[in-house]
Design a protein around this ligand. Structure first.
Ligand SMILES: Nc1ncnc2c1ncn2[C@@H]1O[C@H](COP(=O)(O)OP(=O)(O)OP(=O)(O)O)[C@@H](O)[C@H]1O
Length: 233
């Protein structure tokens, strides 16, 4: 993916003031935004998704301008064609796996019927080995299976980028290691562009090809790993 960021904002809460200026370009398929708590990682990801509007700057993804304060462009989230994966995966408990994945196509305005077998839905159920679980509900799945459903639901709309907000935060350490490797392998196999935020150096090491180290609202340093295959497993 081609990402060009220049995000400037000041956040105020009482007497506290947080100044952000995140500026970078990347052509990596795997970007990890890494840094301590309160560094501005979530606000950066939200700005890309259109869930937070910076005061100034621009955001371009694959040559398309999502935000540019100088010319008054600020596309709403649904026009940005990015998928935002929340920490808890936010699956709908009353919908089956197939319906949850189908919802990714619906953009939220209709309730997919259980028997509806949309071709794209079946494609992503196959891709994430979910066919056997397609009729089950989220509370009948393991943590890893839930994450696969959330990924399938995010990818069914063919986004230009998958934005992941601390995707392993809620998992115990053993599952975390497993899921991190799984996500890495899925990403490589499907070649989906991914931007992940984390405060865990292992996530950044395994999943970041281009690692942006954020500190106090700014990029402190950047690291590019070229030989991704050599670092995995
Ligand atoms: N709505 C808001 N109003 C004022 N300040 C805010 C608001 N949202 C976030 N902030 C501040 O912006 C800063 C960056 O927050 P952000 O959530 O981006 O950090 P983070 O790096 O994602 O941290 P964590 O790893 O703990 O999630 C923090 O100091 C936070 O207090």
């Amino acid at each position: 993916m081609q990402l060009d960021l220049d995000i400037r904002a000041t956040l105020r809460s009482g007497k506290r003031r947080f100044d952000m200026h995140v500026q970078c370009t990347s052509s990596s398929q795997r970007i990890a935004v890494y840094g301590p708590s309160g560094a501005g990682k979530s606000m950066t990801l939200k700005a890309i998704a259109g869930l937070f509007t910076p005061e100034a700057g621009h955001i371009r993804l694959n040559g398309r301008t999502l935000f540019d304060s100088a010319v008054g462009i600020n596309l709403p989230p649904q026009q940005r064609n990015v998928a935002y994966l929340f920490q808890d995966y936010a699956l709908f408990p009353h919908l089956t796996v197939r319906q949850n994945v189908g919802f990714g196509l619906s953009r939220g305005w209709f309730n997919p019927r259980a028997r509806e077998k949309l071709q794209k839905v079946e494609h992503w159920l196959d891709a994430f080995h979910l066919q056997e679980l397609a009729h089950q509900f989220p509370d009948e799945l393991s943590g890893g299976q839930r994450q696969r459903v959330a990924l399938a639901r995010a990818l069914v709309a063919e986004p230009n980028a998958l934005l992941l907000d601390e995707p392993f935060a809620a998992l115990d350490p053993a599952l975390r290691v497993k899921m991190r490797l799984e996500l890495s392998q899925w990403q490589q196999r499907l070649d989906v562009p991914m931007i992940l935020i984390t405060h865990d150096p292992e996530d950044a090491r395994i999943l970041g090809e281009h690692v942006l180290y954020l500190r106090d609202g700014q990029i402190d340093s950047m690291e590019e790993h070229k030989a991704l295959g050599e670092r995995i497993g």
